[in-house]
Design a protein around this ligand. Structure first.
Ligand code: UTP
Length: 238
């Protein structure tokens, strides 16, 4: 699974990479810093690879979804509110990337592929109701025939139990997509409640067979480490 960036030939794109960045990472604080830090790393990666980014909604999405739910908006409408927030976060990352990014957030996968013909980084948020941006990353990966999906989340990877509650929680270095689907089968699918990863995303990984790794995005440098080091949880497409 390890991919050595030094293997690249100068000027040659060696991989198509989909990178999903959890909203709880990029907009943990209401300031620009994480957008800047990630933009700098993405610009470096873009020199060698085709880069597609999917940005999550984080706390602002959950806050707005809470208000929508109090108004009895219905779950699909709550999802739409969440999607709108992911697109705001995507637009902020586009601003941080400047000319390296296509200036518009695609609202569907065909537009994402169309914008990619500009050879700029395409940054999207959500697509349609009933899943999270983890699934968007997996679906986009299938559309663009990605070589690798890197999912940046707020913990080190997938644990056997909640690492925020249990000191003895064990990190899986590898898990099959089928095991992950079982693991996620009893998890909530309501707007704003996708814990960790979503089942649609895992099903897509199983189907597409794309190499996927989940790493801790609180340290943006883990994005580069995911290429060169054996960190996080690798989801095997079985
Ligand atoms: P996120 O992908 O950010 O969900 O989308 P999340 O996993 O709950 O949050 P973080 O970012 O990891 O903390 C926010 C919400 O937007 C809706 C869902 O309701 C989701 O919980 N959403 C997002 C969709 O319905 N469809 C999408 O394609 C994306």
């Amino acid at each position: 699974m390890l991919i050595n960036l030094s293997d690249k030939k100068k000027g040659e794109v060696i991989m198509k990479v989909v990178i999903t960045i959890g909203g709880s990472i990029i907009i943990k604080e209401y300031n620009h810093q994480m957008f800047r830090d990630y933009a700098n790393l993405l610009k470096e990666l873009h020199k060698e690879h085709d880069i597609y980014v999917v940005v999550g909604g984080g706390k602002p999405a959950r806050d707005y979804i809470k208000v929508a739910r109090e108004l009895d908006g219905g779950e699909a409408n709550c999802d739409e509110i969440g999607i709108s927030v992911t697109r705001i976060n995507a637009k902020l990352l586009i601003m941080a990337l400047g000319d390296d990014a296509y200036p518009v957030v695609p609202t569907n996968f065909n537009k994402a592929m169309e914008y990619a013909t500009s050879n700029r980084i395409v940054v999207m948020g959500g697509s349609e109701p009933a899943h999270s941006t983890d699934a968007v990353g997996s679906i986009l990966g299938e559309f663009v025939k990605a070589d690798l999906i890197i999912n940046l989340t707020s913990v080190d990877g997938l644990y056997d139990k909640d690492p925020n509650k249990y000191d003895d929680a064990k990190l899986y270095s590898e898990i099959t997509a089928s095991e992950m689907i079982d693991y996620l089968s009893d998890k909530d699918v309501k707007a704003g409640t996708y814990e960790f990863f979503d089942k649609t995303g895992a099903q897509m990984i199983k189907r597409s067979g794309i190499k996927t790794v989940i790493v801790n995005g609180n340290d943006p440098n883990n994005l580069l480490r995911a290429f060169n080091e054996d960190i996080g949880t690798h989801i095997l497409p079985e």
